[in-house]
Design a protein around this ligand. Structure first.
Ligand code: IPM
Ligand code: MG
Length: 359
């Protein structure tokens, strides 16, 4: 029996998870898959005073995969030190589950080329995988707010152990090996000592993967090159914070952040799967959210944690088919041509129907 913990979270999380569960119910027939729901993020703060209960973390540890919606919202925004934030749940899950590698694939859908702010000739053939280190760096380094004779100050620390860089680099080279054998490592080695160790270590690991073409790029240049000529990239390997920033930028290349899934992995088959977008509280409960990123996150779960490649392929094909037929949620509806505007649940049902045809 394979177990999935489903954590819908806040904002549009529950809506898009709802659509995804319809698909999971259909896909998992005949397979020994069970699932259970629990609260994380703001909703858990409201119910229990903390964003992630130990019990919830334990349940995740005892499952084979986690499917997460999104966390956060203005209701829980606070700058008061020590006050719980919904995002703490996410960081704690990533850290305690040991999910050091975050994979964020970016594909261009032919039918959505006009949704991107970039020109079609720039987008042609773009297929990028951002690999973001997820359990180290400034997200987890020491941070403090203090005062001295000059007044109040604050700091955060970007700290990387060599072993942390080495394991994500190995995963990066291995992944590049099954794609187009090209890896771009992004850092800020002209300034940061942690980036110099990053670059040195990536070069060291490269010796074991000589068939992979490696280049290094500073993060400021990389953010420019992504818009100038995204086709030059295949696998992008980078640190936690640079990966956070660059993956949002890469998402816009595809047309909408509502389309992109992610997988957070470690060395075994366990993983946590979530859209790269946030909880979008501004459109919560209006049927405007795009469930595609969440549904594609389920496809990644089936592929990486359960080795159900056929089922994952079908979900991806179904999403493509629905977009080809011109159905659009609000985020990708630009009023041009004969596009049909649909709600969150209509989109979910359309994808499910397509899956039923394929299976
Ligand atoms: C992401 C998000 C999170 C992050 C936030 C919600 C903590 O932006 O997954 O990219 O910064 O990692
Ligand atoms: Mg982000």
């Amino acid at each position: 029996m394979k177990k999935i913990m489903i954590l819908p979270g806040d904002g549009i999380g529950p809506e898009i998870v709802n659509e995804t569960v319809k698909i999971l119910d259909f896909i998992s027939r005949g397979h020994d898959i069970s699932y259970e729901f629990d609260d994380v993020g703001g909703i858990a703060i409201d119910k229990y005073g903390i964003p992630l209960k130990d019990e919830t973390l334990e349940k995740c540890k005892n499952s084979n995969a986690v499917l997460l919606g999104a966390v956060g919202g203005p209701k829980w925004d606070t700058t008061v030190p020590g006050k719980p934030r919904p995002e703490d749940a996410l960081l704690k899950l990533r850290k305690h589950l040991g999910l050091f590698a975050n994979l964020r694939p970016v594909k261009i859908y032919k039918s959505l080329m006009s949704s991107s702010t970039l020109k079609e000739e720039v987008l042609n053939g773009v297929d990028i995988l951002v690999i973001r280190e997820l359990t180290g760096g400034i997200y987890f380094g020491e941070r403090k707010r203090q005062s001295d004779e000059k007044g109040e100050y604050a700091y955060d620390t970007e700290k990387y152990y060599k072993y942390e860089i080495e394991r994500i680099a190995r995963l990066g080279f291995k992944t590049a090996g099954i794609r187009s054998k090209k890896l771009t490592s992004v850092d800020k080695a002209n300034i940061l000592e942690s980036s110099r160790l990053w670059r040195e270590t990536v070069n060291m690991v490269h010796k074991d993967y000589k068939d992979i073409e490696l280049n290094h790029m500073y993060v400021d240049n990389a953010s420019m090159q992504l818009i100038r000529n995204p086709g030059q990239f295949d696998v992008i390997l980078t640190s936690n914070m640079f990966g956070d920033i660059l993956s949002d930028e890469t998402a816009m290349i595809s047309g909408s952040i509502g389309l992109l899934p992610s997988a957070s992995l470690r060395e075994d088959s366990f993983g946590m799967y979530e859209p790269i977008h946030g909880s979008a509280p501004d459109i919560q409960g209006q049927g405007k959210a795009n469930p595609v990123a969440q549904i594609l996150s389920l496809a990644m779960l089936l592929r990486y944690s359960f080795a159900l490649t056929y089922q994952a392929d079908i979900i991806e094909k179904a999403v493509n088919a629905v977009l080809e037929k011109g159905f659009r949620t609000a985020d990708i509806y630009n009023n041009g041509g004969k596009k049909k505007l649909v709600s969150t649940s209509e989109m979910g049902n359309l994808i499910l129907n397509e899956i039923k045809i394929f299976m």
